[in-house]
Structure formats: structure tokens, C-alpha cells
Design a protein around this ligand. Sequence first.
Ligand SMILES: Cc1cc2nc3c(=O)[nH]c(=O)nc-3n(C[C@H](O)[C@H](O)[C@H](O)COP(=O)(O)OP(=O)(O)OC[C@H]3O[C@@H](n4cnc5c(N)ncnc54)[C@H](O)[C@@H]3O)c2cc1C
Length: 438
Amino acid sequence: MDKRWAAGERQRVEVAIAGGGLTGLALAAALGRAGARLALVEQAPLASLVEPEHDGRVTAVARGSQRFLASIGAWPAIAADAEPILEILVGEAGSPLGVRYDHREVGAEPLGWIVPNRTLRLALQGAIAELPDLEVLAPARIAGVEPGSGALGITLADGRTLEAELLAVCEGRLSPTRELLGIADRRFDYRELAIVCTLRHERPHRGRAVERFFPDGPFAVLPMRGCRSSIVWALEAEKAARMRDLDDRDFAAEVEERFGDLLGGIELEGRRHYYPLVLVEAERVVAPRVALVGDAARGIHPIAGQGWNLALRDVAALAEVVEERLGLGLDPGDPAALDRYAAWRSFDGLALVSICHGIERLFSNDLEPLKVLRNLGLGLVERLPPAKRFFMRHAMGLLGELPRSMRDPLRAPASEPVGLFPARSVQGGFSTGPRFRS
Ligand SMILES: Cc1cc2nc3c(=O)[nH]c(=O)nc-3n(C[C@H](O)[C@H](O)[C@H](O)COP(=O)(O)OP(=O)(O)OC[C@H]3O[C@@H](n4cnc5c(N)ncnc54)[C@H](O)[C@@H]3O)c2cc1C
């Protein structure tokens, strides 16, 4: 659009997507494949978002998310860089109790995959590159949004304008367009920084991810391709600032002190990255002709590696709603479409905000009664196979009302039971358990 779009000319699209991060790109790819006319507005040049230094994180991609990425044609470009997660160990530092999640308890496939964010961005940028009806406006920012007849009027900061039947805001947790639209949010500052870096180590990780809770923050080691792992170390801001001052050797020694020598000798690969941790939850996820998607709807603590998986469930649900309406010749941004999206995403969003915030609060202190309580909890989960399987399937993104693109095309029903035990069938008696479980 940049080249063809003359000043003063007003473009009309079915969906305008604000934000070209992981969420905006995934939505553009899904809607583009469904044949929607689209504009993507991103404040940074797209090429700058895939520079190696831009994002040092990896993402734990759940199985439901992997299915979605395959459905939009992005997975083949990701697979070679995706390390399967075969086992997850969760426990409190200094305690012998903990939970061991083994993928074999829920089926043959891995629990998820660890993928560098740069690989995800490259694959998603590749997936939108050939879409015939997508105009990428980058760098560009939204400066104004006005209601219009059957569409919103959107003015960009450089004076250009467009009309969109639906505006999907994917600008991340501090979204300026959300603010411009007057949608309030609730925030909680954890006063922590997540330190993220890649380690090379002597011994193989065998697909094992480890999360240890320390009173000053959780520490996760995530398996990557080769003898490499990514660290996500959420640490009280003051301590994190002190870590920042350490050189690589002293920092590696601090890591070894927390993690032990499970992986043999370690050394850092590349530089360390720091991310301030703030929970931001929008008061509502829709407004007239507007849907908030991903972190713009709620940005959660990375303690359970669920933020983008949650975002992709927004993306897949919104794409399904829009595709259905366009297929019927209906307006993709009318109240019926937005109500459906908001209702579909409300429980999942609320649940993940509460779970991740709750876990962070429960484990981020040294109070003796709470210590006893959480160790009892971990010990109980370890000894209750149904509870364990439930948590695994939840983390794999396989529970609740899944969008079509996230379901197992061969086996999964439209919705899976959210409880710990198989649901009763309509006729009474237990439903055939295995149909709902892998
Ligand atoms: C340390 C850490 C580890 C994590 N690990 C995991 C994990 O293992 N698994 C998982 O599922 N999730 C994880 N997450 C969460 C995940 O990274 C986020 O959920 C995800 O990046 C959100 O993507 P997004 O596109 O919604 O937002 P963002 O990544 O914030 O992208 C927003 C985009 O919008 C653009 N933008 C902003 N404002 C404007 C504007 N006004 N105009 C135009 N463009 C604009 C930005 O430039 C950016 O490109 C982690 C998060 C952190 C901090």
C-alpha cells in the first residue's frame, strides 16, 4: 500500500490490524488465507523486528498453538528450529517435593516445543509475504479513530487515512490505540525484570524443561536445539540490576549456583536481554468495531509460558468469527461478531490472568505457612494422575472451546471438558473417556 497509496486517497479494508508483532502477524496470516482484505499497521520497519538483537526470547509453543501455526502454513519454516518438550520438572528451590510432567502420560506427541522468537517472526513474516490482499504499512502509527458509516475512519500519524470494518488491536500490553479508544486497563507491577539469555552446555538436556521457584523469583531453563537452553529468570528489579553489572563469567556462575550442574559446564551464547514484568488487563476486549487481541487484551506474567499461546487462541477465535461472517456476506465488525468473540475469549483470558498471577504471588515469598502449603500442593498434584493430566492438557492448550484451527482434525470434539474427570454424557453415565483424551 505504501507504494500504491497516494496521499489523500482513502483505502477501505475489511480488517485493519494494528501491531505487527507475533500476534498481529499471526492474525494477518490467518485472515489473509481466509481471503479478507487487510491492512497491517506496524510502528517499526518489519525488517528491524527480525534483527537478531531485537528479541532474545524463546516461546514455549503449546500443541494447540502448533496446530494453528500449521494451519496458516507457518510451521514448516519453524519446525527445524523447534525443540520438543518431553518432560517438565516443577519445584521449589531446596525442596525435595515437586511435579514431573512426562509427555508419555498424555500421548506420543511432545508437551510443546521451544522456539526462538526470531524464528517465529521470520516464519510469520514469510507467511504474510505473498498474501494478495494485504497492505503492510510500516513504519506507521494510528493517530485517530472515528466512527463512520459501516466502517471506522482511521487516520495515521503521517496523515494518510483508511476505512476498516473491523480494527484488531494487537499492539501489545501498552497499546497506544487501546488508550486512544478510551478502553481502561488494570495493572500490577511485579517490580521484577525477566533476564533472558541462551546457554551452551556440556551435557544434553534430553528435552527436559525445568522451573524452580526461588523467593526472589522463578527461574526456568528451556531446552533448545543442540546442547543449548534458554534461561528465563524473573528476578526482583534491584537484584536484576546488580546481575546486569556482572560480566558473562560471573553471571554464568550465578546461574550455575541456582541451577546446579545438571547440564555440565555452561557458557553464555549472545547477550542478555531484560524485560520488565507488568500485568496489564484491559477492562473489556471489544468496543464498537474494535477487538483487542493478544497482549493488548491482557499481558500476563511469563511464569507459565502461556502469554502467546493465549494470544493465539484469541487470534484463532477472531479469525474463525470473521471468516464465518465474510463467508455469509456479513459485516465482520458488527456487534454480533464482536459479542461472539468477547464471549468466546472471556473465560480463558480471565482464567490465565488469575492462574499466572496467583502462582507468581504464591511462590514469590518466604513465609513458612505458604511454603508448607505450596509444597503440599505440588506433592498432591504429583500423586494425583488425573490432576496431573489435567494440568498438562491445559498447558498444551487442548482444553475449553477450541477454534477449529487448533483442534486435532482426526480426533478432537468441538469442545473438551474443562474439569479433572471425564464429563457425563447427555444420556447419563460416563462418556467414553478416551474420545476426549489422547
Ligand atoms: C520473558 C518473557 C518470556 C515469555 N515466554 C513465553 C512463552 O514461553 N510462551 C508464551 O506463550 N508466551 C511467552 N511470553 C509472552 C509473549 O512473549 C507475548 O504474549 C507476545 O510476545 C505478545 O505478542 P503481541 O504481538 O501481542 O505483543 P508485542 O510483542 O508487544 O507486539 C506488539 C507490536 O505492536 C507494535 N506497536 C505497538 N504500538 C504500536 C502503534 N501505536 N502503532 C503500530 N504498531 C504498534 C510493536 O512495535 C510490536 O511490534 C513471554 C513474555 C516474556 C516477557
